[in-house]
Design a protein around this ligand. Structure first.
Ligand code: HEC
Ligand code: HEC
Length: 470
């Protein structure tokens, strides 16, 4: 007898369960589980200095073109120094940083907190996704108007105008390509796509006219919410589809593609992002600011164990986050983001500068969405990857979710009973008011995640109370 067959027989005697399950048609629990979820394996991350990382995040020059600081301060009154910065940074709003452009002019430009920080009920929360930003308008006119002002003030050939030029040119190109149809959602995925295709894959130098692949159409801007940064430390992959694999610092330094010169400059910026990553890993979820009914929350915890832990994992002291991507045919939330990412050419990213060397990153979008950790979930409304559900109460009951809903975009209008944004429902949105979230638009659907639909009203109430404590 063939030694290979003998070995196989011995193995089949030792492992009767796995083989018999494969032979008859009843799948084992493990197999059943694996049909709807895939565990994401961890990858090694660079170590860094969290203190340095914080300074770089809020003061660093990863975007090196902007509005001359003199003009900026003329136009905008001083803000509160929420980030405890010093010098000319101190008076800037948290989402702006002052940097020295390559030609020596001091300019004001956006930082990561443009999308990754927000006020909520009077408190500043660093790491909370900005869900009030408005990307619905084409900003072309404003961008050109700033250029006119700089020219008027400093002259057409001035170093000040030169220091604004890169940002001006890039924004003129990008602005019409990242317009969302509803206020509050974010076009970062399209932004990354546009910036990526205008860069040489190896040298990262800017290309004005990139080859072939057509520009994404206006209607194809994929809307997403912004995930809170305090979840990152639990995750084995970044982004909603778990597409961000390998070196996280390399993945997130891509924001600098807006203005960086080439791969030499990218390598410098990349070094600092190991520190930024270290800082991001220290961000804690904000604690629920109101009272909790602890008896009710305890009942909710049991329901969470029975209904939710299999995907989201255990929270609290015995925290165990499993890092599962849940397939589209199970999660059934809006499929567009996952489908779009899977149709994109991920190989070119892996072959580019980003995929090279010891700190390589790669993009591997899953067939579905990651079941996120739910720490601080009370604060991060609206819910689901596209921000289509205004509060936790309706997240837990898919039939009650509003089809058209409008909020004030005032960050004090938070509903601490339903846990999420206060809103008004509408029957339709005939005038296409961008302040009304329209869940009938492609990519904006609020369907799926029906796992709490069959619970009773009392059970749902208990579960909601427990979610406040995470
Ligand atoms: C224009 C808005 C915007 C800016 C600016 C921005 N981000 Fe993000 N960021 C997003 C969005 C949107 C996502 C989610 C994208 C997705 O998953 O498809 C994200 C995802 C992330 C994630 C992954 C979080 C997770 O749990 O998966 C990290 C980490 C991150 N950003 C860090 C940064 C850093 C650091 C900067 C600055 C260098 C930055 N971002 C700049 C919008 C932005
Ligand atoms: C089969 C796996 C699975 C089960 C079971 C499950 N979830 Fe989820 N959950 C997910 C996935 C995947 C997402 C992300 C979906 C998306 O964004 O499109 C999610 C999203 C959420 C969100 C929104 C997160 C955010 O930041 O927007 C909340 C809240 C949530 N789940 C709570 C629960 C609760 C409570 C239960 C139990 C009743 C539960 N989930 C059961 C997989 C699951």
């Amino acid at each position: 007898m063939n030694p290979y067959l003998i070995a196989l027989c011995i193995v089949s005697l030792l492992l009767p369960h796995s083989l018999s399950a494969a032979n008859d048609n009843t799948p084992s629990n493990e197999q059943k589980n694996n049909r709807y979820r895939t565990r994401v394996a961890p990858s090694t991350q660079r170590k860094g200095d969290a203190k340095k990382g914080y300074r770089y995040l809020v003061e660093g020059d990863y975007i090196v073109s902007g509005i001359p600081i003199g003009l900026y301060t003329m136009a905008r009154p001083a803000g509160k120094n929420l980030l405890k910065r010093s010098g000319d940074q101190a008076d800037l709003p948290f989402h702006f940083t002052a940097v020295t452009s390559p030609n020596g002019v001091r300019v004001v430009t956006s930082n990561c907190l443009r999308c990754h920080a927000q006020m909520l009920d009077g408190k500043f929360i660093l790491g909370l996704g900005n869900s009030i930003a408005d990307f619905t308008a084409d900003r072309t006119a404003t961008i050109s108007m700033i250029d006119t002002m700089i020219t008027g003030l400093h002259g057409a050939d001035s170093p000040e105008r030169e220091a604004y030029k890169t940002l001006h040119d890039r924004f003129l190109l990008i602005s019409p390509l990242i317009q969302t149809q509803v206020r509050g959602v974010n076009p970062a995925d399209n932004l990354a796509f546009v910036l990526g295709r205008h860069r040489d894959p190896d040298t990262l130098e800017w290309i004005d006219n990139p080859p072939a692949t057509s520009e994404p159409k206006k209607t194809s801007v994929i809307p997403t919410d912004v995930p809170p940064l305090w979840l990152m430390k639990k995750k084995n992959a970044l982004y909603y589809t778990a597409s961000g694999r390998g070196d996280f610092a390399r993945l997130i330094m891509a924001s600098s593609l807006l203005t960086l010169k080439d791969s030499k400059e990218a390598a410098q910026i990349d070094k600092n992002f190991a520190d930024v990553l270290a800082y991001l890993s220290t961000i804690q979820a904000p604690a629920w600011p109101k009272k909790v009914d602890s008896t009710l929350a305890q009942q909710g915890q049991q329901i969470f164990k029975d209904e939710c832990v299999r995907c989201h994992g255990e929270h609290g002291p015995s925290s165990d986050y499993p890092n599962y991507v849940i397939r589209l045919d199970t999660i059934k939330t809006d499929p567009l983001l996952s489908q779009w990412q899977r149709s994109a050419d991920s190989h070119s990213y892996a072959k580019s500068w980003f995929g090279k060397g010891p700190n390589a990153a790669r993009l591997e979008p899953g067939d579905g969405y990651i079941a996120p950790p739910l720490d601080g979930i009370w604060a991060s409304a609206p819910y689901l990857h596209n921000g289509s559900v205004p509060d936790l109460q309706t997240l837990l009951n898919s039939k009650a979710r509003p089809k058209f809903w409008q909020r004030s975009f005032n960050t004090s209008d938070y509903d601490f009973d339903k846990v999420g944004w206060k809103y008004q429902s509408h029957q339709a949105n005939p005038n296409k008011n961008p302040n009304i979230y329209d869940t009938t638009l492609p990519g904006y659907g609020n369907q799926g995640h029906t796992f709490a639909d069959d619970l009773s009203v009392t059970q749902r109430k208990a579960l909601l109370e427990y979610l406040k404590t995470l």
